[in-house]
Design a protein. Structure first.
Length: 401
């Protein structure tokens, strides 16, 4: 089996996912194309040597529908010989794309492949693609379907995380994100987004609020209490009768932000890298995905991390840094609790509560973030994972070269 190495990772800054966001005028195609252009230009890459581009996209409809990966390949001026495919594993799509690219290299099917993702949430709103699970009784009833925010509130209720706990985590996310920008930790990987005239319109993440404090967050109303009162608290309580009631603690302030963005990770074999004059930055040690209980939905990271670590003959203490998408604060708190991880080892540069969660791209973004941090800090190994709608988890372990 051929080893798969990461040669480069780039991302756009994340723009507020609303009509007044800086990236609203930029299409998903343009975001993905600019990432591919950057990967080519930074590395002097002969794109005819790349076999496939795999992009996650969670709402693949309208202007970001069909096979946006292939369209981006052509739009970026890459060789027409490069294939492209769009995939959807909800919030882990970007990481799954990285894992698929690595698997192609390991299997000998590809010499180079790109794994990444894109989501223009200000232009194609979340949920635009629909889906059977919430609306078809044959799937919704048997799985105790509830909206994801109610699932997050059940996690907080079941494992004892208070409103103060989740708000305090949110404050730290903003502090770490602001500090990381101030210290230049993202400079290596973030490529400015430009308009059609070539003018930079955004060069840093747009939603960080460095002055966020407990008082500001405490004034926000719970986002999912009304949904719970409508019926969904009763539904998930049937699945978890040991919990007396759902305590609704999540607000817009301690949940991931809706944003636009794209990312790409260049992966290849050692031989292909040498032929291209490129130096590997990290090795893909292993990857895994798993299904988990679909009603509570967001506990998958714990189980997939344990599955992958066992597969690799490793323990949680063998990992120097962890990255977990901050879909909701309670998700990260539960993961730290379950694996007995100190907060100073996870999301050390901040996360999606502060910087936002462009659904299809986040997994690839945080892969680049933790790789940069391994190099900056001189540490060796990292585990990247994400919670996923429908009850799943995906994880990847990388080792700095």
């Amino acid at each position: 089996m051929t080893e798969a190495y990461i040669y480069d990772a780039v991302r756009t800054p994340r723009g507020k996912g609303k009509k007044d966001g800086s990236l609203h005028e930029i299409t998903a195609l343009s975001l993905a194309s600019q990432v591919l252009e950057s990967l080519r230009d930074r590395n002097g890459l002969d794109t005819s040597k790349v076999d496939d581009v795999i992009l996650g996209c969670v709402s693949p409809v309208g202007e970001q529908g069909a096979d946006i990966a292939r369209t981006a390949v052509l739009n970026a001026g890459w060789s027409q010989s490069v294939a492209g495919v769009q995939i959807n594993r909800f919030c882990a799509s970007g990481l799954e794309a990285v894992n698929m690219a690595a698997a192609k290299v390991k299997a000998g099917e590809a010499d180079f492949a790109v794994g990444g993702g894109v989501e223009a949430m200000s232009r194609v709103p979340m949920g635009s693609d629909g889906g059977a699970w919430p609306v078809d009784p044959s799937s919704a009833f048997s799985t105790y379907f509830v909206p994801q925010g109610v699932s997050a509130d059940m996690i907080a209720s079941k494992w004892g995380f208070s409103r103060d706990d989740v708000d305090a985590y949110s404050v730290e996310s903003h502090k770490r994100s602001a500090k990381s920008w101030a210290e230049g930790r993202f400079n290596k990987s973030v490529v400015p987004v430009k308009d059609q005239l070539g003018l930079t319109i955004l060069d840093r993440d747009e939603t960080i609020r460095p002055n966020t404090d407990m008082q500001t967050l405490g004034a926000l109303n719970p986002s999912f209490a009304m949904m719970g009162e409508m019926a969904f608290d009763s539904v998930i309580n049937q699945r978890y009768p040991e919990v007396e009631r759902v305590n609704h603690v999540h607000t817009p302030g301690n949940s991931s932000g809706i944003v636009d963005g794209s990312a790409g990770v260049l992966i290849g074999s050692l031989e292909a890298g040498k032929a291209a004059g490129l130096k590997p930055r990290a090795r893909i040690v292993g990857a895994a995905s798993i299904g988990s209980e679909p009603s509570i939905m967001l506990t998958g990271p714990e189980f997939v991390a344990n599955k992958l670590l066992a597969k690799l003959g490793m323990s949680a203490t063998d990992i120097d840094l962890y990255e977990l998408n901050e879909a909701f604060a309670a998700v990260v708190l539960r993961f730290m609790q379950a694996l007995d991880i100190d907060h100073d080892k996870i999301n050390v540069c901040g996360g999606a509560i502060a910087m936002g969660h462009p659904l299809g791209a986040t997994g690839a973004m945080i892969t680049g973030t933790v790789l940069d941090e391994l190099e900056r800090s001189g540490k060796s190994t990292a585990l990247i994972t994400l919670c996923i709608g429908g009850g799943m988890g995906t994880a990847t372990v990388i080792e700095r070269v």
